[in-house]
Design a protein around this ligand. Structure first.
Ligand code: G1P
Ligand code: ZN
Length: 545
């Protein structure tokens, strides 16, 4: 250990409990002296990294990114790491970080991001810890880190000048090798092994067009390199391609509300063939065709159904996994292909064991997350590239592909209604009252719908047999429609109630209707069942996705 190590006395901060995806707080909270240090030290104390390990560090470029990276590197030097790999300029998308951890045999990584939440001095910041498989730390690890935050009394740091994060190359920081790496190169090389770049390039040369909104977040550099430089899409295909500390004042959340310019472009006259966007840290995706929005649940199913058209998946899939709130569209594909399929709790960390065990190849969540066993995170650009690969081979518009898919498997009409910044006590009351009422729901009728089963979703991991209870309340209706209720685990203000609405139309049913019309009965039933207005005073959701 270097002589430059300082042991700093500290006292615990309350509330450093990681949520669905790491510790996420307002910048003002994170900026308190010792706040980030306490959390990082708690992770180092409990992560069990062997001596002389490699640690990967990078983030989505939001406000505080560089500051916390400097702290994390100094603390890594004081905590026995041998080497830190850090993305140039502090930039690494979440999937790229996952890949770098795996490729270089790191013991883990710190990813600095609050994903799709806004950035800037008054907005959000976050720290996620990923383990050696490249995936989010499982609950046992995050719980141990949290427990440590409650008792922490010191952290270790070295006293060094700021490290140059902008020049690729290696420097020594008190005995720690800090290697600033190209943020994009390793990831782009991985994508070339999975997808038929030549076929996509040929399709582009034949006139196929797209638009990609990087939302001034982390995927800009990746998209410029892969879409424009390597695949030959015209310059200007990537919009908002420069990562900004405040994302240009927008929410880097690829949905109809925050990416409305993309929606306008895809539903307007002379729209390109394909439109896509990603979020703050590059793990989410939004997929549009000319005049059509593909729900993330449908995208998962359509990608899985056509995946063997991409070289990386030509041997077939081992299984398909989706989170509970995600529609069952992917299950229909798995059944047709004779593949096992899994329903996990919300959050990518639950897919890690299935991927590591070779039980699933493709996974997805309704919240615009799709990915595969190439890394251990969801991956926005991966989904875009798989779509581009499929479209380059199938040579049909997205709308045609969707129509064909629904005709073969049936259609799961789907929407999520979010009630944001609800007083926590009111949201908790809604959930606990509903939990108490679940037992009496089966057999009850709500308009044309009859409840088949209702439960609080619990999951037993088929690999390590760990259990996770209270993962959302599900009401399943006869015929395959359903509504589910969950409280968000990523918000930083009050509670967010998520209501997941799904209606299944079988093959031969009404497959070309408008989603709001098809969900109307279920929306009414959801209100009757949960009393959203009665509990919260809200009569309509803040965000519909
Ligand atoms: C949300 C999404 C969830 C996703 C997570 C991290 O979590 O719903 O699917 O895994 O963000 O991106 P929530 O706020 O619902 O807990
Ligand atoms: Zn994200």
């Amino acid at each position: 250990m270097s002589a430059a190590v300082t042991v700093v006395e500290t006292t615990p901060f309350a509330g450093q409990k990681p949520g669905t995806s790491g510790l996420r707080k307002k910048v003002k909270v994170f900026a308190q002296p010792g706040y980030a240090e306490n959390f990082i030290q708690s992770v180092f104390d409990t992560a069990g990294a062997p001596a002389n390990s490699i640690l990967v560090i990078g983030g989505d470029g939001r406000y505080l990114n560089r500051t916390v990276i400097q702290i994390a590197i100094r603390m890594a030097a004081a905590n026995g790491y041998a080497k830190v790999l850090v993305g140039q300029g502090g930039i690494l998308s979440t999937p790229a970080a996952s890949h770098v951890i795996r490729k270089y045999g790191a013991s883990g990584g710190l990813i600095l991001s609050a994903s799709h939440n806004p950035g800037g001095p008054d907005e959000d910041f976050g720290i996620k810890y990923n383990i050696a498989n490249g995936g989010p730390a499982p609950e046992a690890v995050t719980e141990a880190a949290y427990a440590r935050t409650l008792t922490i009394d010191q952290y270790r740091i070295v006293d060094t000048p700021d490290i140059d994060l902008d020049t690729i190359g290696k420097t020594d920081v008190a005995g720690l090798t800090v290697h600033v790496i190209d943020s994009v190169a390793d990831y782009a090389a991985l994508m070339e092994t999975l997808f038929d770049f030549a076929a996509i390039r040929a399709n582009v040369a034949a006139g196929f067009t797209m638009t990609f909104d990087a939302m001034n977040a982390v995927t800009g550099p990746y998209a410029h390199e892969i879409l424009e430089n390597r695949l030959g899409f015209a310059k200007g295909t990537v919009k908002n391609g420069t990562p900004l500390e405040d994302f240009g004042g927008h929410h880097p959340d690829p949905n109809m509300v925050h990416a409305h310019a993309l929606f306008d472009a895809m539903f307007g006259a002379a729209s390109p063939d394909f439109g896509a966007a990603s979020d703050g840290d590059g793990d989410r995706n939004l997929i549009l065709g000319r005049g059509i929005f593909v729900t993330p649940s449908d995208s998962l199913a359509m990608l899985a159904a056509n995946a063997t058209l991409a070289p990386g998946y030509k041997a077939g899939l081992k299984g398909i996994a989706r989170s509970m709130p995600t529609s069952a569209a992917a299950d229909r594909v798995a059944e047709a292909l004779g593949l096992p399929y899994y329903e996990t709790p919300t959050g990518w960390k639950f897919f890690g064991n299935l991927l590591d065990a070779g039980m699933a190849t493709i996974c997805g969540e309704e919240s615009a997350g799709t990915g595969s066993d190439h890394v251990r995170e969801k991956d926005g650009l991966w989904a875009v590239l798989l779509w581009l690969n499929i479209l380059a081979i199938r040579k049909m518009p997205v709308a045609e592909l969707a129509k064909e898919h629904w005709a073969k498997y049936g259609r799961n009409y789907y929407a999520r209604h979010d009630y944001e910044a609800v007083e926590s006590a009111k949201a908790d009351a809604l959930m606990s009252e509903l939990t108490g009422a679940l037992g009496a729901l089966p057999g009850k009728r709500f308009g044309p719908l009859t409840v088949a089963t209702a439960d609080s979703f619990a999951y037993t991991d088929p690999v390590d047999h760990s259990t996770s209870a209270n993962q959302g309340l599900r009401v399943l209706f006869e015929g395959g429609s359903r509504v589910a209720f969950r409280l968000s685990g990523t918000g930083t203000e009050g509670a967010t109630i998520r209501v997941y609405l799904e209606r299944f139309e079988p093959v031969g049913g009404n497959l070309a209707a408008e989603t709001p019309d098809m969900l109307a009965d279920i929306i009414t039933a959801a209100e009757d069942i949960a009393g959203i207005a009665r509990h919260t005073g809200r009569t309509k959701p803040d965000v519909v996705t």
